[in-house]
Design a protein around this ligand. Structure first.
Ligand code: ADP
Ligand code: ZN
Length: 186
């Protein structure tokens, strides 16, 4: 009896957290044993919850490295959810494989591309080895077409390719955009 890996990917605001929460809630309704993880660095709204932009939430365990997942699962665990998977090291791929081999359903949600439009962290590898992949879209904040990319803005202007992650005193924000409206200055 083997498990499998499901990946839910797309840009910011595409509803990845919403979809992850939806799947996990259904597993809980079916009385399955569910454990949810997120990287410790993401404290967007709450330290212990997976929270979607639309306000849904679900309790999650914040961890610093993928192997910590083993501390929280046992023979009874049936479903493992992972949010913001792009922030983990590539070790998350090996952990997902081991869990699926053990019979666990692994559902991982995260960004497929960074703000430059480049593959993000371990996500590409995870997509390659997943049984099921759902790539979902947001709405482009400029033209209203389906958005596949995350636009990084610094003081309201498109970020440059090599802008540092946090600029002191600058206001950083993100928007969902389509390929045509997505801008990265080199
Ligand atoms: P993700 O986890 O992919 O960032 P969330 O599940 O947190 O996405 O949020 C999705 C929600 O964000 C949508 O249901 C909607 O309410 C809201 N939202 C805000 N801006 C946009 C946008 N440009 N396109 C689509 N949804 C948006
Ligand atoms: Zn657009």
């Amino acid at each position: 009896n083997h498990g499998y890996i499901e990946a839910v990917i797309g840009p910011m605001y595409s509803g990845k957290s919403e979809e992850l929460i939806r799947r996990l809630k259904r597993a809980k309704i079916a009385k399955q044993n569910v454990v949810v993880f997120k990287p410790k660095i993401d404290d967007r709204y709450s330290k212990e919850d997976v929270v979607s932009h639309s306000g849904d939430s679900m309790n999650a365990i914040p961890i610093s490295k993928p192997s910590e997942i083993y501390d929280y699962i046992d023979e009874r665990t049936q479903v493992v959810g992972i949010d913001e998977v792009q922030f983990f090291s590539e070790e998350i791929v090996d952990v997902a494989i081991e869990l699926a081999d053990k019979g666990i359903r692994v559902i991982a949600a995260g960004l497929d591309m960074d703000f430059k439009g480049e593959p993000f962290g371990p996500t590409p590898k995870l997509l390659a080895i997943a049984e099921f992949v759902d790539k979902i879209q947001a709405i482009c904040s400029v033209c209203g077409q389906p958005a596949t990319r995350s636009q990084r803005l610094i003081n309201g202007e498109p970020a440059r390719y090599d802008d540092p992650i946090i600029k002191v005193g600058a206001v950083e924000s993100y928007e969902a955009r389509c390929r045509k409206c997505h801008v990265v200055y080199k």
